[in-house]
Design a protein around this ligand. Structure first.
Ligand SMILES: Cc1ncc(COP(=O)(O)O)c(C=O)c1O
Length: 483
């Protein structure tokens, strides 16, 4: 069957895809009648649609003008089309498309009533996305983008973004790098997939790294599952008040850490442990994966610099805009030791398949124009106030509940008396609050012989809007056992 795109857009306002059989009973005229009838019947030509004039449809299809005129006349006679002097030929109003029967309005499933207060960790305040500044960056990026930006993308990422990131990460996070060592991706989870393989890992073959991978005993289950799906064994490293006990690293090839702000327990990696993990990597040829998910948000002092700055050849530094701007953007970066750049690019394949080049250009402008710094500064103040309010409310209403970890990030852990976590999560749910207990984040193979980190609630204080936060705090205080 010959496929023809009929592009008489000035009349019908849209392309019309007609399939004309090159030969068949009745020749071109009959083929056109069948094709138009099918288009009306199938709903591709809606009732009332104005059809192209004979001349332009004939030219588009490469048939005689009379062939079109005859086909229209036949379909008018059959009732599929209507023709009125001076107003052209249209699809008849009562020519009900066949699919109409199937288009019975789908009943929306009844909406489950969700919790009233969202105190789950991990989400920035969505009502604070800097829409105007992002739009200004996007507009500038579109105006200034060279034509080649609209072609297939470089898997390393736009050079404009890599330059802006190299400058920003050096200045704000103490990362030592250059644009050629940065590979853009669509967030931390994507970086893990690229490094370790697994589903949608990349366009190339194999993985860049292999397990076993040491991970902190508490972390995001989603990331552990993603690694398990890629066939990577993860080995839990115990935590204490100084962070991950990196002295217990043994034969693992690599270790994944959240040094600036352990996720979720909230402490920074002690300076001695930072040095010790670098020593381990040097001595054993190991690699450190630094998840810098919320490193910009420190409230009691200047943010601690990235571990990557201590030895750029031993650390892969991973970041994204998921906490600082929005997880909806799906933009992140990998700062790589030189030897990993080519393997990572090989896994990504010939063309960028994930991160939109236009979003990358917008982020480059957002960084270079200072909008990113301004937004982070504003959100830092806001989240600090949120955390202060949480601490103050608990001190008044639930003084036995201790807030652990440093003043940083978008969540806090409330330490609970042993054995009370489950009932506290239940009580919170009863008060309409969505949050998780610490157990949710524990590595399934981890048994803490010292019982150091026991029960706790992980409270995300960033997600509710400013207007909703007060009520969420009040509900939380009611849910917790009074002092
Ligand atoms: C521990 C941790 N790492 C990294 C991220 C960022 O993930 P992504 O960039 O895939 O959104 C998150 C979630 O936002 C997280 O909680």
């Amino acid at each position: 069957m010959a496929e023809t795109w009929v592009n008489s857009a000035e009349r019908i306002g849209a392309d019309l895809h007609l399939e004309l059989e090159p030969t068949g009973p009745g020749g071109r005229r009959a083929a056109l009648i069948r094709a138009l009838r099918d288009a009306v019947r199938g709903g591709r030509l809606a009732p009332g649609t104005l059809l192209p004039p004979y001349r332009s449809l004939a030219a588009d299809l490469g048939v005689a003008r009379n062939t079109v005129a005859d086909a229209y006349a036949e379909l008018v006679a059959e009732g599929w089309l209507t023709a009125r002097q001076g107003s052209g030929t249209r699809v008849a109003e009562r020519a009900e498309p066949l699919r109409a029967a199937a288009r019975v309005p789908v009943k929306a499933p009844p909406r489950a009533r969700g919790p009233r207060h969202d105190l789950r960790q991990g989400k920035p305040d969505a009502s604070e996305f800097p829409r105007a500044a992002w739009l200004a960056s996007y507009r500038r990026a579109l105006q200034q983008a060279p034509n080649e930006a609209f072609g297939p993308g470089d898997p390393a990422g736009r050079v404009e973004l890599r330059e802006a990131l190299a400058e920003y990460l050096a200045r704000a996070r103490g990362v030592r790098t250059e644009p050629a060592r940065i590979v853009v991706c669509s967030g931390f989870a994507h970086a893990l997939r690229l490094l370790f393989g697994g589903t949608s890992g990349g366009g190339g073959t194999g993985a860049v790294l292999r397990g076993p991978l040491a991970v902190e005993a508490y972390g995001l289950g989603f990331h552990r599952e993603l690694l398990a799906a890629a066939g990577v064994r993860t080995v839990p490293l115990p935590l204490d008040e100084d962070g991950a006990r990196v002295g217990q690293l043994d034969r693992e090839r690599a270790v994944l850490l959240t040094p600036a702000h352990q996720f979720p327990t909230g402490g920074p990696l002690h300076p001695e442990r930072r040095a010790a993990v670098i020593d381990w990597a040097r001595a054993r040829g190991g690699l450190i994966l630094e998840d810098d998910y919320d490193g910009e948000f420190r409230y009691d002092r200047r943010p601690v610099g990235a571990v990557q700055g201590l030895d750029p050849e031993r650390v892969i530094h991973l970041g994204s805009v998921s906490k600082s701007l929005s997880p909806a953007l799906r933009l992140g970066w990998m700062v790589l030791p030189e030897r990993y750049v080519a393997p990572v690019l090989a896994v990504k394949g010939e063309r960028e398949g994930w991160a939109s080049a236009l979003d990358q250009l917008a982020l480059a402008d957002f960084l270079a124009s200072g909008s990113y710094d301004r937004h982070v500064r504003r959100m830092r103040q806001r989240y600090r106030r949120r955390r202060d309010r949480l601490v103050a409310a608990l001190a008044t209403h639930a003084p036995r509940v201790e807030v652990t970890g440093v003043a940083a990030g978008l969540h806090a852990v409330l330490r609970l008396p042993p054995g009370t976590e489950r009932s506290a999560v239940k009580a919170a749910a009863w008060h309409g609050i969505a949050l998780d207990g610490l157990a949710e984040f524990r590595h399934p193979e981890f048994q803490d012989p010292e019982g150091g980190l026991s029960d706790g609630l992980v409270v995300g204080y960033a997600a509710p809007s400013e207007a909703a936060y007060g009520a969420a705090l009040e509900a939380l205080c009611q849910a917790l056992p009074p002092g």
